[in-house]
Each structure stands twice: as C-alpha cells, then as structure tokens.
Design a protein around this ligand. Structure first.
Ligand SMILES: C[S@@+](CC[C@H](N)C(=O)[O-])C[C@H]1O[C@@H](n2cnc3c(N)ncnc32)[C@H](O)[C@@H]1O
Length: 308
C-alpha cells in the first residue's frame, strides 16, 4: 500500500501532495495516459519521463494511470526529495515499473534519442530559467528552450510533451496595479521583495514601485502589474517557502511565447490552456487597477501539450 505523507516529509513535499488534486496538475496523469501511442506488436516497452519529480507524488499518480506495460521514471536533482520518492513509493503496487533517478534533466540521458513516449515537466521549466542569473534580461528563456530541444530529441516520433507552468498574462507588464494588503506582515514582505529580489531593480525600464498612497486607514502601493504578480506568486506559499520562492522567476513566457518556442523546437499540435486556479484562496489581498476597480486574479497557470 502507498503510505501517507508523514511528519518526516518536508513541508515542500506536503504542499505539493496537497496541491495535486483539483488543479491543472490533477489532469496530467489522464492526459499522459490518453496520449500514449498504442503498444506495438514488436514487444517494445513504452516509457514516460517525469522531469523534476520532487517526492514523486505526481509520478506515482501517472504510474497508476497508465497501462501495466508502461514504465514511468521520475528524475530529481535534489537528493533529499529523490530519496523521499524512493522511500515513499518503493512498495507501491507495480513498483517494478516505477523508478526514480537522482539527476538533473541537463545531465540525464545525454546522447540518447527517441527514448520516451511522453515527457512531463510539471512546475519545473520556470525553475530552469530562474537559474539564469543574467538579470538584465529578465525574461531569459534560453534554458527553457534548451530543455525543450532536448525533450524533442528524447521523445519518440509522435510522443507527447506535457508542461504545467506559469503563463505571463497579457497586458500586465504594460499597466500598473494598486494593492492594499490586509495585514502588516504581507505589506512588509512586499517592501522586502523590492529590497531583495535580484530581478527587480536591475532590469531596464520601469521604475516598478511607482507610488505609495498613505491615509490614516490604509496604505496602497502602485506597482507595475507583472512585478506585482511575481511577488504574489512568491508570497502565496507563505513565509516558510519565501527564501526559495524569491529566487525564482515565474512568469518567464507568455502564452504566445510558449507556442512560438515549442514551434521553433519542432513540436506540432500545440495546445495552451490557462486557468486562474489556486492562489486567491491562499492570499490575503486586495488588488485594484489604476482606475481603482477591483480586478480578477489573472490566468497564470498553464497546461501546455504538444507532439513530436
Ligand atoms: C516545484 S517542484 C515540482 C515537483 C513536481 N513536478 C510537481 O509538479 O509536483 C520543481 C522540482 O524541479 C526540480 N528541478 C529543478 N531544476 C531541475 C533540473 N535542472 N532538472 C530536473 N529537475 C529540476 C526541483 O528540484 C524541484 O523538485
């Protein structure tokens, strides 16, 4: 039997496990299973690769969704998370066709081609781009493109790519937003973001924090929309995750850029579905546009599928 998450599992793993149901992540196992090519008569096994699998929660759900002749491999460069995956899932039913490797995507399977029937990047590709420390180019998508080129090589012809990641919403970078925080902790975290975040001040253009409006009852901050979203996406996970989240750039590609990058890598049948899932429940905030109307949380979560 699969065991439940225990106290020794990190908060990170627990948060991931709790966030799989009911989100775009929850659709991934079905999409992978439905998109697999039929098993051939030649006896060749089919394989799915889950890149950046962390504690293997999603990998195990994919494994449960695909037919029994499909092998599922999770790769994870963080040793602690990879060991947690081994430990948690080693006795799962059918575990002989579920494996975990402690490696990065860049290092894995070098020189290999046409190996997988499906490759999944769930909440991983923006982390690759965050490793790019050239902060003068804020939306540096080079590492994402490199990974997609490699994924293309590793997929068999007709194989499916499934990505769950952030999508930079249209128009947020061209306009300002006003935010009022409901508590002082969020307000001071917001100011800390401007003091610490390596991507904010060093980027050409802006300034990003445009104005501070103070009354006796409240303080409101006027800020460029895309910077505000980056902040909200860091803070939504709460103070324990802050130090890790602040190092990441999340809104690297817009919907149009996801499409064009995939096309340039050779992919076809590209679909991008965006949703506004999750975050409003986690975050205590009021966001208004410059005209002071309350605005909706934008669709920043994307599920992207494509074929080789
Ligand atoms: C936010 S977690 C996502 C975990 C899981 N895929 C999910 O959706 O629940 C991102 C994971 O990607 C891993 N990661 C970061 N850089 C990576 C790389 N270069 N190759 C493979 N995995 C990477 C991290 O260690 C982390 O465990």
């Amino acid at each position: 039997m699969k065991r439940k998450v225990t106290q020794k599992d990190s908060d990170f793993c627990r948060i991931l496990s709790e966030n799989i149901p009911g989100t775009a992540k929850g659709d991934i196992p079905r999409i992978v299973a439905d998109g697999l090519p039929p098993s051939g008569d030649d006896g060749n096994l089919r394989f799915v690769l889950d890149v950046g699998c962390a504690d293997g929660s999603l990998t195990a759900v994919i494994h449960a969704a695909v037919p029994e002749d499909v092998g599922v491999i999770g790769i994870e460069p963080n040793r602690t998370r990879c060991l947690a995956a081994w430990d948690r899932w080693r006795d799962a039913p059918g575990h002989e066709r579920l494996s975990f490797l402690n490696t990065s995507f860049q290092e894995a399977y070098s020189g290999s081609t046409e190996r997988f029937d499906a490759i999944v990047f769930s909440s991983v590709l923006h982390e690759l781009a965050s490793g790019e420390r050239d902060s003068t180019r804020r939306y540096e998508s080079g590492p994402i493109r490199d990974a997609l080129e490699k994924a293309y090589k590793l997929l068999k012809p007709g194989g499916q790519l499934v990505i769950r990641d952030f999508v930079r919403p249209h128009k947020w970078e061209d306009s300002t937003r006003r935010i009022r925080f409901r508590n002082k902790a969020s307000e001071s975290r917001f100011l800390q973001y401007f003091a610490e975040c390596p991507f904010v001040y060093t980027t050409p253009g802006a300034p990003y924090l445009m104005n501070i409006f103070r009354t006796t009852e409240y303080t409101e901050f006027e800020v460029r929309g895309d910077i505000l979203l980056e902040f909200l996406l860091c803070w939504t996970w709460g103070p324990k995750s802050w130090n890790r989240e602040i190092k990441e750039r999340k809104l690297v590609l817009s919907q149009y850029e996801w499409r064009s990058t995939l096309e340039e890598c050779g992919f076809r049948d590209i679909h991008v579905k965006t949703s506004a899932e999750g975050y409003p429940q986690h975050f205590d905030r009021i966001v208004k546009d410059a005209g002071q109307a309350s605005i909706q949380w934008p669709a920043v979560s994307g599920l992207v599928t494509a074929r080789k």
